[in-house]
Design a protein around this ligand. Structure first.
Ligand code: C5P
Length: 407
């Protein structure tokens, strides 16, 4: 029994795939898990609470209060009891509500209170799955550190064929077993990640910035946290909300603020990933008053900022790992390797401006990792969450190789 002693809250939503949740529940219980089922009101249209309570050996939680005796189902207690919250099947509607903090049923309040990891198995028709809002919501949930079990391709209840089928119950049970048996490789490690752009002020209303969204840096931070690391993001101005308790965000605006914080934090860390698009130049003078329109050209004198990655490279001890990014437009591999040497990095992640769908703003990226042996590893175009996984796998292997640490 590979799940004995594990507490799982199994959330069901109103999808035709809810009938498969009975098999899923049976599989989890067979492996020794203690399962508390929570159903949304519409899930009960698809499968009865009687079935689920008989299979779990526990009353199903669905309403905030019991109609019989007024006793209260505490979503907070459930969220704290659980070692894993598994939502299967998860409809587009529930996924959307989870992404936006709407909690109009017990499952959603449990989700918002859960302190444990969350695993989601989406199930819906292919057009609903491929709708930009669903894809964006799933991306958002990934950024919260939730694990998504990608739906399979096949025949759908609508009669259509495509992506949207809930992962098969036996595969979900295997995922859950794998999840609990996998050893987190970065437990007790602390990482610093820089993310986003910097804003260099010209006057009270203007700045020099860039198009960095911070998505790549936040995805890396989430992935490091998934491996058990404690992460501090020093973040330029971005639109991303962090909700991962293992991640602390220090918001900054300018390159010099980012530098101050990084310099202070780096000595306490086991490594840093320099993902921010830091301005290389900043206005020499800040004008206290708004610069007025004038007839002649305006000359703005810019001075170089301090290279944070290079400064940390100087400070780096034998026990620390330093990862940098390179965004190149020409002679990419050569320039990226030069950057690695100049800044004393352990490896550099090259993303090319020449690849469609890679780099700033977009949700995807295509990278090449170049290590100190100058032997590049090429990766295909993937979502930034997947790219972050590749980068963190490399971080773990570099730490194992270089410092011989085994957790
Ligand atoms: O030299 P370049 O700016 O292309 O180097 C990119 C790498 O250096 C990235 O990892 C970026 O986060 C880091 N960097 C930095 N401080 C700067 C400029 C770049 O940490 N002032």
């Amino acid at each position: 029994m590979r799940l004995s002693g594990k507490h799982i809250v199994l959330g069901l939503t109103g999808s035709i795939a809810a009938y498969k949740a009975a098999y899923l529940l049976r599989g989890l219980v067979k492996e020794g898990a203690e399962v508390q089922v929570v159903m949304t009101p519409s899930a009960k249209e698809f499968i009865t609470p009687v079935t689920m309570s008989a299979l779990s050996g526990k009353p199903v939680a669905s309403e905030f209060f019991s109609a019989n005796d007024g006793s209260w189902y505490s979503h907070v207690d459930m969220g704290q009891w659980a070692d894993l919250l598994l939502i299967a099947p998860a409809t587009a509607s529930t996924i959307g509500k989870m992404a936006h903090g709407i909690c109009d049923n017990l499952l959603l309040t449990t989700y918002m209170s859960a302190k444990c990891p969350v695993m989601i198995a989406p199930a819906m028709d292919l057009d609903m799955f491929n709708h930009p809002s669903t894809l964006a919501n799933l991306e958002k949930l990934r950024s919260y550190g939730n694990l998504i079990l990608e739906p399979g391709e096949g025949e759908l209840a609508s009669g259509l064929y495509g992506k949207g089928r809930m992962e098969e119950p036996e595969n979900i049970v295997e995922e859950v077993v794998r999840f609990f048996s996998q050893k987190k490789k970065l437990l007790n490690k602390h990482f610093l990640v820089t993310a986003g752009p910097t804003y260099e002020k010209i006057d009270p209303v203007r700045f020099i910035g860039n198009y960095s969204s911070g998505k790549m840096g936040y995805a890396i931070a989430n992935e490091l946290a998934c491996e058990g690391a404690n992460v501090t993001i020093v973040s330029g101005p971005v639109q991303i909300q962090n909700s991962n308790p293992e991640i602390t965000v220090i918001p900054v605006e300018s390159a010099s603020e980012m530098y101050e914080h990084c310099l202070r934090i780096f000595p306490e860390t086991d490594g840093a990933v320099m993902c921010a698009a830091v301005a290389d130049f900043t206005p020499e003078h800040y004008s206290e008053q708004k610069v007025k329109r004038q007839k002649d050209n305006l000359k703005l004198n810019l001075k170089p900022t301090t290279d944070i990655a290079a400064a940390l490279g100087q400070l780096k001890t034998e026990k620390q790992l330093l990862v940098g990014f390179a965004l190149e437009t020409n002679n990419e591999l050569v320039n990226a390797f030069l950057k690695l040497s100049k800044k004393n990095l352990d490896f550099v992640v090259l993303n090319s401006m020449n690849v469609k769908g890679a780099g700033f703003i977009v949700d995807t990226n295509e990278i090449t990792i170049i290590g100190r042996d100058n032997n590049p590893t090429f990766f295909e175009l993937k979502s930034k969450a997947e790219v972050a996984k590749d980068i963190v796998i490399r971080i773990i292997s570099e730490m194992e190789k270089k410092y011989g640490f085994q957790e």
